[in-house]
Write a protein that binds this ligand. Structure first.
Ligand code: 13P
Ligand code: G3H
Ligand code: ZN
Ligand code: ZN
Length: 309
């Protein structure tokens, strides 16, 4: 089974009102844990690589591992560049075998974002690759709770329509209150569903993407802290809020932080309980299992995408 683009996946997800998980990968254990989970659940899957992951593991190691995952699992998998921030990195991933790229021009002005996104879309489409773009700026860890910063950074629905029309991007990441990392809300979590609904109504049959969508499950934060970690006050997007987003055209949900927490909690626990171990396989095996369990949990309880191949 060769890599697939997200086109078909998103069409089915849109019609079925569920979301496909996009999980960040950095090494073999993470890839194997995710792919094993998707296989057991018979779920569509997007593996995504950030610029940082690409720098850490090297493009060729990651693409070869994903090639192995395709062959080993027989699953349709999309390989996606997460948060490409210029044309060159997108081109390099398109030339280097990815089936999907994100160009994140959200730090630029509306017009500059359009021009950059359009350039990537033209190159990508000529090579059979799909493009995710971003409009509106995802709140930073501090900004999310400031009402004054809210409207300035959240996605404007009318602009979203113009952006999609003028760039031809295949999916759009929007900002409605989620943010990257383990500290998403200081008080009560809240997402701007009214804005999401408006965007979704203005862009019928169009796949939206939710970044910063980890739940930061309290038991994993507690486990990290119990076994020597220090992650105080971490908080994510509650699962029922994510499930609700899936009803409004959100076809892709990005998850990285929850994988990091699962892996770290497992390794921390292992070292505390087994102080004599020093063979990496001893702690990476349960860590890989922890990734797998986390992804199965997401597929069943957050994405609702089991048996959707
Ligand atoms: O959006 C993400 C990657 O692009 C990941 O978000 P989290 O930090 O919430 O896992
Ligand atoms: O969007 C952010 C993802 O969690 C990737 O993070 P990273 O750039 O540290 O790999
Ligand atoms: Zn961004
Ligand atoms: Zn992101």
């Amino acid at each position: 089974m060769p890599l697939v683009t997200t086109k078909e996946m998103f069409k089915k997800a849109y019609d079925g009102q569920y979301a496909v998980g996009a999980f960040n990968v950095n090494n073999m254990e993470i890839i194997q844990g995710i792919v094993d989970a998707a296989k057991e659940e018979q779920a569509p899957l997007i593996l995504q690589v950030s610029a940082g992951a690409r720098k850490y593991a090297k493009h060729i190691y990651l693409t070869k591992l994903v090639e192995a995952a395709l062959e080993d699992s027989g699953l349709p998998i999309a390989l996606h560049l997460d948060h490409g921030d210029d044309f060159e990195i997108c081109k390099s991933c398109i030339d280097g075998g990815f089936s999907s790229v994100m160009i994140d021009g959200s730090k630029y002005s509306f017009e500059e974002n359009i021009a950059l996104t359009k350039k990537v879309v033209e190159y990508a489409h000529a090579h059979g690759v799909v493009v995710e773009a971003e409009l509106g700026k995802l709140a930073g860890v501090e900004d999310a709770v400031k009402v004054s910063a809210k409207d300035a950074t959240y996605t404007d629905p009318d602009e979203a329509v113009e952006f999609v029309e003028r760039t031809g991007c295949d999916s759009l990441a929007i900002a409605i209150g989620t943010s990257h990392g383990a500290y998403k809300f200081k008080g009560e979590p809240s997402l701007d569903y009214a804005r999401l609904e408006k965007i979704s109504n203005l862009l019928p049959n169009y796949p939206l993407v939710l970044h910063g969508a980890s739940t930061v499950l309290p038991e994993f934060v507690a486990k990290c802290n119990q076994f020597g970690g220090h992650i105080p006050g971490a908080q994510g997007v509650p699962e029922d809020m994510l499930l609700r987003a899936g009803k409004f055209g959100v076809c892709k949900i990005n998850i990285d932080t929850d994988l990091r927490l699962a892996m770290t909690a497992s390794i921390r626990e292992h070292f505390v309980n087994n102080p004599s171990d020093f063979d990496p396989r001893q702690y990476l095996k349960p860590a890989r299992e922890a990734i797998k369990n986390m992804v199965k949990h997401k597929i069943k309880n957050v994405l609702n995408c089991s048996n959707r191949l």
